[in-house]
Design a protein around this ligand. Structure first.
Ligand code: GDP
Length: 419
């Protein structure tokens, strides 16, 4: 029997071998059944210049026309003029297992003359989603929390065969601390095997040169041989060279396959010898979905700490475990108040700016009015002076005006009066 001691030494871990069946080995089945019943949720963001095959790849990944709805709503002609954020929610089902898929698209990325800040709205979206989750954590009732955090960001690299472009480096450097980055080489059917292999090496060395961390598929030593091999293959194939196609074509051997048909042959989307599409799908929805979600949570926790510290909330990790519910509530209240205070000061700042703008406008119009007033005063003074001069001229009998007026008056007298 373990007696808790008053010393601060950690309690000893007692290991025991069981001699019969207890039943807790059934726990994984229980969790599986619950997960199947509740379904899964995955939020994937796709980023890359238009025309790199993002919509095609998402439709190919989930074997569904996910993008048709959006295209109907926003035809290409109405696309925004800046990087926009569009969300598509779809429920898909496979063998009775539901997947609530959220695709976050970023139309406009890299499509402008100046793309230096293209990453900004995307980073803001990811952080807003973290913020929304943080607010839910602070709610009194948080049984039904909606997790809108982005689990993975599939970044499409143009198949140039050269090194990464500045826009790629800027984007990944700005986002690697906030989201699981999965770089993919788009339209890999435009390059041959050697070119793809060289391009992958170059991308990896560029990433390491710029200290960019991408999502690393974890490899667990205690996995069975088959899983270990699968995980190793996935990890080695990054950045995945992908090909997308929503159409089925006939392969030279007569098989009907998803792929792209060319005069010289057929590129099969699902054939690992042709491209890495299968490995990307495996990583996203089979082998690494939980690892992606767990790592998203780690990124979120880091962001949360930074955010709360920036708001002035201090927390000593060593005492966290011993914190009582009342203290916890108090801490949450403090956090909430700090958040409110920050919002209040932001609103006050906006209000102050608006008042300043209005004041400047008023000052400007006051200056203009005063100038007009002076102008008019000057004109009236001038007029006044002219009238005085005229009056004096008329009153002076020797002035030419006065003489001619007298003559006029004389001429106008009746004749008998003149005589
Ligand atoms: P998005 O603007 O990035 O969403 O690109 P789309 O999915 O609309 O694709 C643009 C064009 O590229 C379409 O004509 C697609 O048929 C084509 N496309 C998509 N994926 C591939 C691919 O893997 N290889 C090649 N060669 N073309 C592709």
């Amino acid at each position: 029997v373990y007696e808790p001691s008053s010393s601060s030494a950690p309690p000893p871990v007692l290991r025991r071998k069981i001699t019969g069946h207890v039943g807790f080995s059934n726990l994984p089945n229980q969790i599986r059944r619950k997960s199947v019943k509740d379904g899964f949720q995955l939020t994937v963001m796709v980023v890359g210049e238009s025309g790199l095959g993002k919509s095609t790849l998402v439709n190919t990944l989930f074997n569904s026309a996910i993008y048709t709805a959006r295209e109907v709503l926003h035809p290409a002609a109405e696309r925004p003029k800046t990087v926009a954020i569009e969300n598509i929610h779809v429920d898909i089902e496979e063998n009775g297992v539901r997947l609530r898929l959220n695709v976050v698209d970023t139309p406009g990325f890299g499509d402008f003359v100046n793309n230096t800040q293209s990453w900004k709205p995307i980073l803001e979206t990811i952080e807003q989603r973290f913020d929304a989750y943080l607010s839910q954590e602070h709610r009194v009732r948080r049984a039904k929390m909606v997790d809108t955090r982005v689990d993975a960001c599939v970044y499409f690299i143009q198949p140039t065969g050269h090194s990464l472009k500045q826009i790629d480096i800027d984007f990944m450097r700005q986002l690697h601390d906030r989201v699981n980055l999965i770089p993919v080489i788009a339209k890999a059917d435009t390059m041959n095997d050697d070119e793809i292999s060289d391009f992958k090496d170059r991308i990896l060395s560029d990433l390491s040169f710029h200290n960019i961390r991408i999502f690393e598929a974890p490899i667990y030593d205690d996995d069975d041989e088959e899983s270990l091999m699968e995980c190793t293959e996935i990890a080695r194939a990054i950045p995945f060279a992908v090909v997308g196609s929503e159409r089925v074509v006939r392969a030279p051997d007569g098989r009907i396959v998803r792929g792209r048909a060319y005069p010289w042959g057929v590129v099969e989307v699902d054939n690992p010898a042709h491209c890495d599409f299968g490995k990307l799908r495996q990583m996203l929805v089979q082998t690494n979905m939980e690892a992606l979600r767990a790592h998203t949570n780690e990124l979120y926790e880091r962001w949360r700490t930074e955010r709360l510290l920036s708001m002035g909330v201090v927390q000593d990790a060593s005492v966290f475990e011993e914190i009582s519910p009342a203290e916890r509530l108090q801490e949450e209240r403090v956090m909430h108040e700090a958040k409110l205070a920050k919002m209040k000061s932001a609103m006050q700042e906006v209000f102050r700016e608006k008042v300043e703008i209005q004041e400047n406008k008023l000052k400007q119009s006051e200056v203009e009015l005063y100038a007009r007033h002076l102008e008019m005063k000057e004109a009236l003074k001038k007029q006044w002076r002219q009238l005085i001069e005229r009056k004096e001229q008329l009153e002076n009998p020797s002035s030419p005006d006065a003489v001619s007026i007298f003559a006029l008056v004389r001429n106008c007298r009746p004749k008998h009066e003149a005589a």
